[in-house]
Structures are given as C-alpha cells and as structure tokens.
Design a protein. Structure first.
Length: 250
C-alpha cells in the first residue's frame, strides 16, 4: 500500500548500507519508523527532506507493519533553528520529547498541528526560547490528558491552602494533607507559579510568540514538569538535554 502524508522529521539515524532510519510524525498516521536510501550522494533537496526540523510531503510504501520511503518533498525547512544554538537546543528537546510522548501509529492531528506551530514560532523567536518550550510542554500534556491536577487538592479535594505539589500523586496538595504525607517527591510551590501554568494551559499557543517568562519562574516550572513527566510518563534524561541545558539554568 502506498501512503501519502505530510510529516515532521523527528529523528534520523544513519545505518549501514546507506540506509537512513527516520522517525516521522505524520499528519494522517501518527508516529512511524521509516527506512530510506534517500539523501546519500543525492541532491541537497533530498537530503533536506529527511533531516530533522523539516516539514515534508512523503509517499511511503507500507507492508505488514514495515515502512519504506518512496519519495520526499520539502514543504518547509525551519533552517533558521539550526543557525542559533539556543533555538537548536530548544527544538531538539521538543522533537525528542514529542517522540517519546506519542504512541506508534496513532493519528494525533492536534499534536501534529501543535508541533508545526512550535517550529514556526521558534524559527522567528529572538529570545526567551525556554518560555515557548514550557508552553509546548503544557499544551501537549493537556492534549494527552496528563496535565497535573491544579484546581484542588489531589487527596481531599480542598481548594484552600494549596501550597505543595506532589509528583507521585500528580497535582497540588493542601497544607493539611501535606502533613500526612511522608514523601520526598513533594515540593512547596508559590501561587504565582501555579497561576502561570494555568495561564499557559488556557492561552492559545500562537499568542506565545510575544510572551516571555522570568528566567527564575521558567526554571522552577521546568524542574517540576520534568520530574512529573519522568515519574508518570517514563520520560527521564534525554539525549537533547545537553543541547538545551542553558535554557533552564540560572
């Protein structure tokens, strides 16, 4: 069967025999692993079409769960991302994280559109790249149904004195319930930090083109989100962390 779809290249690995193994996030079919011999010794356009940070139009042969690339055309290459070390680190983190969050062969058009928008905004962003990364993380957690409980205590349902965040319980704890918990995965949180997360959840993603957080707030939120994702989604250390380390350091 020949599949035809738009896709973002999440990852490319060069294997033996001139083969490229691609992880594509496709609009129609979700995340799929595709083998390709395009790009070696070919035209620059072919090479670009199978490189990360590229949005392309792909024709793919599908046979019993295996996928082989037939043709690839560049729709949009976000080349400016690769020319700036902060943009490159931020986008690399988002691509790797997205690849780990989404399931194989499950169409997720809303998240596909979210990723395209992220790349568009990151390409032209001049500063505070970490704010856009945080907004993306909160949006994708929301779309996947994994955003922490932030409106009431996860233990008793109280809406008062929500001064703590429990990683393992997945949300806020009131002061009374905190006293009954003996757990190192509980952190004190400031009201304004939770307010920021709620604002990010509800604000249309394209508006983040001009929004920038204070660095200290971004660092605090990212620390909580990464520990939360590691615990609940098994997303721990990432290969791209070394590239994006400067985004969330004071």
């Amino acid at each position: 069967m020949l599949l035809h779809t738009e896709a973002v290249v999440l990852k490319r690995t060069r294997a033996a025999g001139g083969v490229n193994m691609l992880t594509l996030f496709t609009k129609k079919y979700g995340k799929i692993s595709v083998s390709s011999k395009l790009g070696f010794g070919g035209k620059r356009r072919s090479e670009l079409a199978i490189s990360p940070f590229t949005l392309g139009d792909y024709k793919i042969f599908s046979n019993r769960g295996y996928y082989n690339l037939d043709t690839a055309d560049v729709v949009k290459s976000y080349y400016a991302i690769g020319e700036d070390i902060k943009k490159y680190g931020a986008a690399s983190l988002v691509l790797e994280m997205t690849g780990k969050m989404i399931a194989e062969e499950q169409p997720m058009p809303d998240i596909f559109t979210l990723l395209k928008t992220f790349l568009e905004l990151m390409e032209v962003r001049q500063k505070s790249q970490e704010t856009l990364v945080l907004a993306y993380e909160i949006k994708i957690l929301t779309k996947l149904g994994y955003l922490p409980q932030l409106d009431a205590c996860v233990s008793c349902g109280s809406v008062n004195n929500l001064n703590f965040f429990s990683i393992d319980k997945g949300g806020l704890l009131c002061s009374d319930c905190r006293q009954n918990q003996v757990n190192s995965l509980i952190y004190g949180v400031e009201f304004d930090i939770i307010g920021v997360v709620k604002y990010f959840e509800k604000t249309p993603f394209r508006r983040f083109k001009d929004i920038a957080l204070k660095r200290d707030d971004a660092v605090k939120i990212q620390r909580l989100l990464r520990e939360y994702m590691a615990y609940h989604m098994d997303i721990g250390e990432l290969m791209s962390d070394s590239l994006s380390a400067g985004l969330f350091s004071n």
